[in-house]
Design a protein around this ligand. Sequence first.
Ligand code: NCD
Length: 294
Amino acid sequence: MIQKKRHVITISDFTKEDFEQIFQRADYLQKENVKTLTGKIIATLFFEPSTRTRLSFESAAQRLGATTLGFSDIHATSVVKGESLAHTIKMVNGYADAIVMRHPRDGAAKYASTISKIPIINGGDGANQHPSQTMLDLYAIRSHFGKIDGIKIAMIGDLKYSRVLHSLTTALRLYDAQITFIAPEELKMPQKYTRENDTQTTDLNAALNCDVIYSTRIQKERFTDLNEYNRLKDTYLITENFTNQLQPNAIILHALPIVNEIDTKVDKNPKAKYFKQANDGVYVRMALLDAILG
Ligand code: NCD
C-alpha cells in the first residue's frame, strides 16, 4: 500500500503492488466522480517549462475537489531576487498540503523533501527522474496490452538526458520486459540504467519487432554544445511508412512535447497512443494524489 503523506521522489521507491494500486484506482476514477481532496491545496512549483505535467496535476487535484496555487514561470517569483529553493519550499509548506515541483537540477526534489514537512511530488528533476510520468506510461501499456509483463519495448532518441526513460527503465526492471535502446552514440542510455540482456543499437529498424515504441525529444536545453544538438536533433524520425511496418498490435508512446521526431501524419494513425497516454495521465495523477492525501 502506498503510504499516506509520503514523498514521491524516485520511481525505485515503488513496488509492483504500489503500481497496481494506482492503476486500479485510476480505472475507478475514470468512471466515478469522487471528491476525496475537498479542502486540500496543492502547490505546483515549476522552475522549468511544462504543459502536461503541471496542467494535468492541477486538473487531477481540482477534479478531486482540491484547489491549486503555484507558479510556472520563475521570472514572476522571488527566485529571480535570489531566494533559495530551501526558503521557497519552507514558505509553501505554510500555503499548501502537498507540492508538485519541477526543477532543472538533478536531485532538487530529493533535496526539497529533506526540508518539506508536506509531501513533495517530483514532476521532473533535471535529467534524473520523472516518477509520475512513469506511472502513466505503465498505465498506457497496461491499458493497451492488458499487462506489462512480456512486452518488448524500444526506447528511441535522447536516452542520455531523458528523465522519462530513466524512470521508465527502472520501473520495467520489476516486470518481465525486454528493452531495446536506440540512440546515437552520444545520447546512449547511461550505463547505470542498462542490463546485460538489453539490446543497444543506433539502428531504428531494431524497433520493428517491438510492441511499444517509445520516442523521445532530443532535449536542446540539456546540451552544453549547441552544435552537437544541431547535429543530433534529427537522427530519428518516426514516419507513416515506418509506422506501417510495425507489429500489428504495436503502439507508439511519447511523453510529449513532440518537436520533429514523429511526423505529424502519424498522429492520426491508430498506433499513435501519445494523446491518450497524456489524457489518461490525469486519472493516474488523480490516483497518486488520492493515495497520498485522500
Ligand atoms: C517530458 C519531461 O519534461 O521530461 N515531458 C513531460 O513531462 N511530459 C519530456 C520532454 O520534455 O521532452
